[in-house]
Each structure stands twice: as structure tokens, then as C-alpha cells.
Design a protein around this ligand. Structure first.
Ligand code: PMP
Length: 377
């Protein structure tokens, strides 16, 4: 209830956990094995994959199992670049998750070149910039669906149309959007799309890379020919089964409506404004309803985070993995380092309640008095 870091990770839903543990207890075959336990695991895997495919408008053969969003993003970028050969050019954005940005830097070391779409103060790219960045050797465009720090939703359909017209593969990191907005590969006509189960009430360690049928891509993980040789390693069947169950719960409306989350968001923001009238809410719609990026001028986000933690309230400063450095997302939006270091990310989810937010606001009331406004240096 006092948890405000749903973009960092989510609690596993009890029904997802039941599905997961039932599988672990009852099935242990390796999907690559020829015996009946292997066949059984394969059948279960195929059913779960088909359910996941259906949920995102894909075909089962287009769903590949990975270890998470990071691997899916690494695979999409390096797999397409290697397929193209040396000397290719990627276009991505300045506000991607590190798993995309670091893969891009790795490719540069290996002879590829990369251009970055810049963002406005709301964190949005201008697809019109693509014309200027496009080159004859552009072999991939990668743009996230929603930003994990600000919730900003990117105009990916426009990017997709640009790429389609020029026959360039288009990758979408949809990890932060999962469970928070519809994701359908027909609405976003992309060629590759990354998902991660732990962002939607399923256990950590399972990711998906959607690869449009017919698109050639080199493997990232080499192994014993599992998943048709596209991704080596014993398949994490229980993780996939759990994710399929989570998609079913989402479809059934178990995780709550967007309107409910929006009401909670307004309650949170109204309460905070009363406590700190000088705060700034970052990023305009369209954005994820659950994500609040809020700057408290002159206060250090890390001090606020730690003081809130003392009250049992879990918030994030920027993305979970980069608490030490000022957020590259916020600095790309034109924030000074100081402003970026004064920004908290509060993210809501299926188990957030009005009563919980009242208690969180009480904690904020105490903390905002204790954590003094710093003199500007
Ligand atoms: N992309 C985005 C937008 C994310 O928010 C995250 C998770 N923080 C990832 C990729 C990485 O996913 P995972 O944690 O499953 O490796």
C-alpha cells in the first residue's frame, strides 16, 4: 500500500503466483527433451506462448522468450546490427533505457554509427527529425513506447510509418508500458518489441522479444539450439506460464481501470501541491496514468527518498538502476543536474489505494518539513 515504485517492479499477483508455483511443483521437464515430461512442458509452453501472442496481436511463432527487458533490448539492437553487417547506422532516442543506450554504445565501438532523436521539455521526440537523421545505411530505428521515468508516451505509430515506407526494421521497447496501456503490434506496426514480465505482476527473469515473421535477426545467446536456435538456453517455462496468466488477468480487468489510477494520481498530486506549492509535475499527456515525475525545487531527491523509506514508503529517484547519477532522461528534457537531482518518481499500480495514498501523504508532510530546502550552490 505504501509502495510507489510500480515502474521499478511490481508485486506478483496472488493468482499469477498460484499458476507459477503449480507449474513448478507439477512440471519439471526440459522443453528440449524427447521424453513425455519434455513433451508436456513443450505443450504448456506452446499454449502460454499462443496466449501471450494473442494478447499483443502477434502470431505464436513471433514470440521469443528471453530473461527480461534488458536481454530483449540487447538482442534487438545487436541482433539486427549483426544481421546487417558492419557499417550500419542506428537511430534511437536520448531518453531510452540504459539497456538500449549501452547496446548502441557497444555497437559504435564495433564500427556502427548511431544518431539520437532529441526530446522536448515534455520528453517527447519529434518524428519530423527522422528525415534529417535517416541515412542510406540506416538499418534499425529503436524508440520506446513509454518512458519509465516520466511516463511520456512516444508517437511510435508515426515512427513506424516512417520506417515502413523505407523498409527499415523498427524496434519498440514496450517494457515500461506493459500493463499500463494497450500494446498491440498491429496498432504499432513495429518489427521488434520488448516486454518484461516483472513489470506486470509476474516474476522477474522472463522477457519477450516479438520479432515480426520473416525478419532475419542474429541470435544473442548461443546454446543448444533451443527456440529454433534463435535463443539458446533452457526455456523458463514457469516464467512464461506466469506471464500468460498475468495477461489473462489484465484482460479480465483485475488490475484496475485507467480511470481508477488517474483518480489516485490526482489525489496524490493534489495532496503534494498542498504540502509543497512550489513543486513541479513533469511531462504532459499523453503519458502513462500511473507515473508521476515530480520536482521539489531545492531539495535532494535522495534525502527525500531515504526519509520516506524511514516511514515505510518506497519511491524512486529516476529509474531504479541509476539512483546515483542524475537522470539522463531529465537532463535530455533540459533539466539542470540540480533539478534532476530534486526529482522523484512516484508510480502507482494495481494494489494502490486511496487510504494508502492518504498515509503516504502524511509521511510526505513530515518528511518535507524535515528535509530542508538547500541553499543553491
Ligand atoms: N526498458 C525499460 C523502459 C524499462 O523500464 C526496463 C526496466 N527498468 C527495462 C527496459 C529493463 O527490463 P528488465 O528489468 O526486465 O531487464
Amino acid at each position: 500500500e505504501l509502495y510507489l515504485d510500480y515502474n521499478g517492479s511490481t508485486p506478483v499477483h496472488p493468482e499469477v503466483l498460484d499458476t507459477f508455483t503449480a507449474f513448478v511443483a507439477g512440471s519439471y521437464g526440459n522443453t528440449a527433451a524427447a521424453h513425455h515430461e519434455g513433451r508436456r512442458a513443450r505443450r504448456i509452453l506452446d499454449t502460454a506462448k499462443a496466449e501471450i501472442a494473442l494478447a499483443i496481436g502477434a502470431k505464436p511463432e513471433e514470440i521469443w522468450i528471453t530473461s527480461g527487458g534488458t536481454e530483449s533490448n540487447n538482442w534487438a539492437l545487436t541482433g539486427i546490427a549483426r544481421q546487417y553487417g558492419r557499417g550500419g547506422h542506428l537511430i534511437t532516442t536520448a531518453v531510452e533505457h540504459r539497456s538500449v543506450l549501452k547496446s548502441a554504445e557497444f555497437l559504435v565501438e564495433d564500427g556502427w554509427s548511431v544518431s539520437y532523436l532529441q526530446v522536448d521539455e515534455q520528453g517527447r521526440i519529434d518524428p519530423g527529425q527522422l528525415d534529417h537523421l535517416f541515412q542510406a545505411n540506416t538499418c534499425l530505428v529503436s524508440v520506446m513506447l513509454a518512458n519509465n521515468e516520466t511516463g511520456t508516451i512516444q508517437p511510435v505509430a508515426e515512427v513506424a510509418h516512417f520506417c515502413r515506407a523505407r523498409r527499415i526494421p523498427f524496434h519498440v521497447d514496450a517494457v515500461a508500458a506493459l500493463g499500463k496501456m494497450p500494446i498491440d503490434v498491429n496498432d504499432i506496426p513495429c518489427d521488434l518489441l520488448s516486454l518484461s514480465a516483472h513489470k506486470m505482476y509476474a516474476p522477474k527473469g522472463t522477457g519477450i522479444l516479438y520479432v515480426r515473421e520473416g525478419l532475419p535477426i542474429q541470435p544473442l545467446i548461443q546454446g543448444c539450439g533451443q527456440q529454433a536456435g534463435w535463443r539458446g538456453g533452457t526455456v523458463n517455462v514457469e516464467g512464461v506460464v506466469a506471464l500468460a496468466k498475468s495477461f489473462a488477468l489484465m484482460k479480465a480487468g483485475i488490475y484496475g481501470s485507467k480511470e481508477h489510477i488517474e483518480d489516485l494520481r490526482e489525489q496524490m498530486i493534489d495532496g503534494l501541491r498542498r504540502l509543497a506549492p512550489d513543486l513541479r509535475i513533469n511531462g504532459n499527456a499523453p503519458r502513462l496514468a500511473n507515473t508521476i515525475s515530480v520536482t521539489f525545487p531545492g531539495r535532494r531527491a535522495m534525502d527525500l527518498l531515504q526519509a520516506l523509506n524511514g516511514h515505510g514508503v518506497s519511491v524512486s529517484s529516476g529509474s531504479a538502476a541509476t539512483n546515483a547519477a542524475p537522470s539522463h532522461v531529465l537532463t535530455a528534457m533540459g533539466f539542470s543536474e540540480e533539478q534532476a537531482r530534486s526529482t522523484l518518481r512516484l508510480t502507482l499500480g494495481a494494489f494502490s489505494t486511496r487510504e494508502g495514498i492518504d498515509r503516504i501523504l502524511e509521511a510526505f508532510a513530515t518528511v518535507l518539513q524535515k528535509v530542508a530546502v538547500q541553499d543553491p550552490v
